[in-house]
Design a binder for this molecule. Structure first.
Ligand code: ASP
Length: 430
């Protein structure tokens, strides 16, 4: 077999892994040989094309998979049971993740070793970035506490579908649509059901086609990122302890928390769990977007863990928007880090508020790169931590974003498997 053929038959995750490794290597070589511009002009766009293809399919996928998932649960009491279970498990895992972040940042105290002379420098450098985001955060805070629910209802479904950060509105409409579909007599909706079945197959095929391009896309995304970050090594070393704390928290969740939940509640073996979820984790890592990763997460959970389509199609799209354990863990670390740098001693009640606020903030964050930054401003202001502190961490946010997105989608996949098992519907066999 020629080398090309050997590569062709490799499993997708191996190809993505190779693409990622080669992308990092290419980026480093480009920096050493001053080929940054060439990389930005000729390599990076391929990464953006891959990302746009994934985003392109996100809205139709969420809508169709939810309609298919919910409308096939033809009995409303099963539907509400699964819905309630999903939300409760999502909340519990998010609360635990936030607590892990809070515990670590209090233990390691990364803020105490931050060089004081850097504070002013970073503040000047990231001032513009912050004032943009502050504007959105202020707007959000001026609204009523019920604004979140108000925002969930789209005024116009076409507008909602035109904005990837309005996924919650699409979910709302999809749920309403499918509940109505269950309530209407079978005869009159048969055609619609068949239509959605066909549409779902078409969308899955499109995802299949896009994923063939994934190794190249991931290669280009990683090469572009390495080049973008090459000038920032000094920033990384000053913030080393902060990054270490956040990364440690996120790794704990990925390597211990979820595999333990999976083993205890579903019986899926650690090895099978990792092998199954890895392709989705690699895509999450290189795209920093759980919404863009959704097609891969769905495919892996259905094919590898044998979660029935009806459950995966419901639990995962909802999780992409409301279940972000990595995000909430990082928000706790970031908030307390900034407080430490400014020499603030947080009281127990302030720390507890951080746990609750970070949990709620993660629910409200969209699954897009840097989606949680605006929400972090709200956490900071609510606890009375200076928002300018954001300047300290913005420069190194992307690598942490990549890892927290991995945690976010791993959490969704874990909960989907647990819900399926609890319904006696998990097809996995060791
Ligand atoms: N990038 C994250 C995601 O898509 C959201 C965030 O934490 O900024 O899951």
């Amino acid at each position: 077999m020629s080398l090309l053929n050997k590569i062709k038959v490799l499993p997708l995750w191996v190809k993505i892994f190779i693409g990622m490794g080669l992308g990092i290597l290419f980026g480093l070589i480009a920096v050493w040989t001053s080929l940054e511009q060439l990389t930005v002009d000729w390599i990076k766009p391929w990464g953006n094309i891959f990302l746009k293809l994934l985003k392109l399919i996100a809205v139709p996928l969420i809508f169709v998979s939810l309609v298919k998932g919910i409308s096939s649960l033809s009995n409303i009491s099963k539907l509400s049971r699964i819905g309630l279970k999903t939300i409760i498990i999502y909340l519990i895992t998010t609360l635990i993740a936030t607590t892990v972040g809070l515990g670590l940042v209090n233990l390691i105290k990364p803020g105490n070793v931050f060089p004081e002379e850097r504070q002013e420098e970073y503040r000047e450098r990231f001032l513009d970035d912050i004032s943009d985001k502050q504007f959105f955060a202020d707007e959000m805070q001026e609204q009523s506490p019920l604004h979140f629910f108000e925002e969930m209802i789209p005024e116009n479904i076409v507008f909602a579908a035109g904005d990837n950060s309005k996924m919650l509105q699409i979910i709302f409409f999809a749920i309403l649509f499918s509940i109505a579909m269950v309530l209407v007599p079978e005869n009159s909706v048969r055609v619609v059901k068949n239509f959605f079945d066909g549409l779902n197959d078409i969308i899955l095929k499109i995802i299949d086609l896009i994923m063939r391009f994934a190794p190249v896309g991931v290669f280009a995304l990683m090469a572009g990122l390495v080049v973008d970050f090459s000038g920032d090594s000094e920033l990384f070393s000053a913030l080393g302890m902060y990054m270490l704390t956040a990364v440690l928290g996120l790794l704990l969740l990925i390597t211990i928390f979820y595999p333990t939940l999976i083993r205890l509640f579903t019986g899926i073996r650690w090895r099978d769990f990792y092998k199954g979820i890895l392709p989705a984790q690699l895509v999450a890592f290189s795209t920093s977007s759980s919404a863009a990763t959704l097609p891969v997460t769905l495919k892996q959970v259905i094919n590898e863990f044998k979660v029935p389509k009806t459950i995966a199609n419901f639990v995962l799209p909802v999780g992409v928007t409301i279940n972000m354990d990595g995000t909430s863990c990082y928000q706790a670390v970031a908030a307390v880090f900034i407080a430490q740098v400014f020499g603030m001693d947080l009281t127990v009640s302030q720390q507890l508020s951080i746990v609750l606020l970070a949990t709620v903030a993660s629910i409200g964050s969209p699954g897009v790169p840097g989606g949680s930054i605006v929400m972090l401003i709200i956490v900071l202001t609510s606890v009375g931590i200076p928002v300018e502190g954001l300047a300290l961490i913005l420069g190194v946010d992307r690598p942490i974003d990549m890892l927290r997105t991995v945690v976010n989608i791993t959490g969704d996949a874990t909960v989907a498997s647990i819900v399926a098992k609890s319904e006696g519907d998990l097809g996995y066999e060791a």
